[in-house]
Design a protein around this ligand. Sequence first.
Ligand code: SF4
Length: 896
Amino acid sequence: MSNPSAVLPTADGSVQTTCAYCGVGCGIRISGDQLEGDASHPANLGALCIKGSTLLDTMAYPHRLLYPRLNGKHVGWDGALDEIASRFSQIIAESGPEAIGFYVSGQLMTEDYYVANKLMKGYIGAANIDTNSRLCMSSAVMAHVRAFGEDVVPACYADLELCNLLVLVGANTAWTHPVVFRRIQQARARNPQMKLVVIDPRKTMTAEQADLHLPLQPGSDVWLFHGLCRYLLQSGAVDRAYVDAHVDGFPELAALLDDPEYDESAIARRCGLSEVDLRAFFRWFAAEPKTVTLFCQGVNQSNQGTDKANSIINAHLLTGRVGKPGASPFSMTGQPNAMGGREVGGLATQLTAHMGFNDTDCQRVQDFWQSPTIARQPGLKAVDLFEAVRQKKIRALWVIATNPAISLPDSARVREALANCEFLIVSEMTARTDTAQFAHLLLPAAGWGERGGTVTNSERCISRQRPFTQAPGEARPDWWALAEVGKRMGFAEGFNYDGLNDILREFAALTAHENQGARQLDLGAIAQLDDAQLDSWQPTRWPLVAQDEAHITGARRVLGTERLFAEGRFSTPNGKARLIAAAPLLPVLDADPVDSERAGWLLNTGRVRDQWHTMTRTGHLVRLMENEPYPKVSVNHHTLLASGLELGQLVWLGSKRDQVLARLERDDGLADNEAFMPMHWSDSFTARGGVNRLVAPVVDPVSGQPQFKQTRVQVQPFIAQWHGVWIGQHEPNLQGLGRDPGWWSRRPVDGGECRLLADADCSAEQLWQGLAVQGHWIRLPLKGQGWLAVALNQGRIGGILLCGASPRQVNVGLLAGLLAVPLAAASLATTVEQALAGDSRMVCSCFRVSERQIVEAIEQQGIHERAGLQALLKCGTNCGTCVVELDKLVAKHRPQ
Ligand code: SF4
């Protein structure tokens, strides 16, 4: 069996590829063991954020899955693939095609996605394939389909630089799409007239930089944008000629908004905003033709996400600002190939190539595929898909490159579904994900740098990811495993691909098949390219119709089509866009009754700066964990005081669904009684982590996207008898305790790992008894409180445990420097004393500059401006994500 990912570096050792993490889709160039931003890529023009910059370092994945494992035993690929094919065939014969499910990911290449979708919808014959893009993008998808007739982003990144008013809604762009935000910062520096409005309940790092921040009531977006549209109507800012010629639904929207409920004063009250600020936003929007509104998960992840997105698009349609230079709505995607998945039909609600489940499209696709069957109706969306697994209606589930045990709402129920599944296949790079624990069959997947394929970023730009190293062990690309299963199920003619380019050409031909301009997604030109041309593909935006071949191969090569719909012709049957007149809804709050002594908090969830998803690809890198090293829940100063709890205290957060543990932190960017908790932590990194345990499976009725942003929770202290910090070459051996401690959280450190520990049920002495029976330990009292225990391995320090009655801020990096050092040579006492002087959060991850270093530099060097800091410490000079924090520290600590 040949290894289909065996593509090694080019002769000069330089490989062009793209980043594995987010929808910006930055270009990367690999030269030997060096990685740098690709200056020729239109998305990033050479810039990278910390996640992209450290991609090579992340490739040493711990616990890499190297060969297929069936029920824990090593099987060859032949055995694994035969098992899948025969189990699928048997289940289809007994229970029908709907009893098979696929749950895939925006991490897949377009080719992987295409083969998975074709196998499910064209050969198995049902549509129960959904993707984790359902959780982040599907409301935007449905809003595009409703407004434009097709899931099309009309704008490109250059529009974020060309506009004079940029409105960011539900998007912490500075942290989640850092390179795009850097382009925005640079554009603002060039154009001082450019205004930035940020609409977000939290004062995020992005909002800190806004000319105007509107901290709206969570979930009130539709009210806000309906109010804006009423203002546009009343102030004469509507482009009536454009609306008359190109837009349907005006009378219905105008009738809905002909109601004083949508007056500025009423909207300001509804949204909890200052009327002055609200009017300023409305005035700016009405007056500025060059306006872009960028929206993201804060809009999409809602019980009314589709309506929210449509209410934003309404404002752009009323003013004729769609697909024009510096004027458009713009939905950003979360994952590197969320857009590619939407193109091939990775969502259960799309057939493929932007076609739906009507008879004409189904027949067209079946004819093109020459497949034995075709799905005739949409399949189950993610939340319903897992519920069907739980109820055993879906008997076999194939999960590829995603971690639903953590990422879906009501995680306990999802885990029950995974545990109940008759035959669960998980394709992954590591066997240590929360989802992989449930798998009957684990398939080793080739990862970034080991496999190739195409990805489409947020601005419709198709780029090539290229391999530059051999996949380890028996790891294989996902498209290959899917195609092999197709062949073994008796569909060889449909899956006999001779490599990636075959698949891409077929998909491209399908997009052009009987298209004739009906669908903007037309990649006909790609279908005509040979292997050499595809192998040397350069980033290009679609559409790429066959007549445009010269654009992608010849001297006239351009970066594809920058904007769509500029001339006002849309993909609807009559060519007109549609306004959507939706009645605003309140969020659905699924809470316990509010405790009489402790008021409930409204919990928002989201991402932190340096982490990716459930940390399966970023959590093992020391540098990426230094900024946010443990799971935390944040509230503002007032809420903290009112709670009677203490900063740094461990707390239980509980909803009707479940409970999680986190450390309590302060973030004054939050409103009173609102809380924020990152979504990254899983049971692989902490005890009782995974904030989605708390989130109810409430979904948008149109898109099926879950409402992750508003959950009513209650808080209780976790009363620990002791708190510990372990820094060791391995995880601590606590077998003497007979169980795990009540709480733990792990992170990597140089030479080992750090664990924070706490327990409510045993004393520190019982912990010591548990430790003392194993190995060689010495114990010393600590100044103030508690004790220090050192585990020795042949005279060298194997681990250090600090234990006391309250949590400590410890500089774990200093203690990690003692690992493997002979005890006799270690300056143990001095190092421990320095470490106990306190830890300092990493502010600049690129150059590893901590808050303490920054404050000391400001105070000792008399620094008054960020530039002085940057010259001295280099902080904030690479990706620029931390510059707002630098500004705040300079303002706070500079000499008067
Ligand atoms: S902005 Fe996104 S695509 Fe670019 S380097 Fe960072 S994570 Fe990667």
